[in-house]
Write a new protein. Structure first.
Length: 132
């Protein structure tokens, strides 16, 4: 789950709203209309704050984003287990990812990354025991 505090990117001093993603399309459009956004498919939402189980998503703060893309990213992240979340977080930092497109693409390429989460058995480092 991702909670974003957003405002209309065209009006820097517009009202702030909180949206929790993923969200159904109708509810999203209803909330966006409160701040004068009528199309969720353009980068018109200025992100003031992001709260998520993936702290690296703070990279979206102070940027204009497409609400549909953030909704899609939230759905992808919600399907991750703890190990996939660790790989996602690590890959964001390792690759210097900073765009929504790259974040979404990363969700499909986590198989390319390994994260060591347990150092108690050094001989198993590098072996993906989660999927054996």
């Amino acid at each position: 789950m991702i909670t974003a505090t957003i405002q209309n990117g065209a009006y820097p001093h517009s009202q702030l709203i909180d949206l929790t993603f993923p969200i159904d399309e109708e509810a999203m459009m209803e909330k966006l209309s409160e701040i004068g956004i009528s199309d969720s498919n353009i980068a018109s939402c200025h992100v003031m704050k992001i709260s998520s189980k993936v702290p690296a998503l703070c990279l979206l703060e102070n940027n204009c984003i497409n609400a549909d893309e953030l909704n899609y990213l939230a759905r992808r992240i919600d399907s991750f287990d703890d190990y996939e979340l660790a790989k996602f977080q690590g890959a964001i930092a390792r690759e210097g990812i900073c765009t929504m497109k790259d974040l979404i693409n990363l969700t499909f390429n986590l198989h390319n990354y390994t994260v060591v989460t347990d150092f108690s058995n050094l001989k198993n480092i590098g072996i993906d025991c989660h999927h054996l």
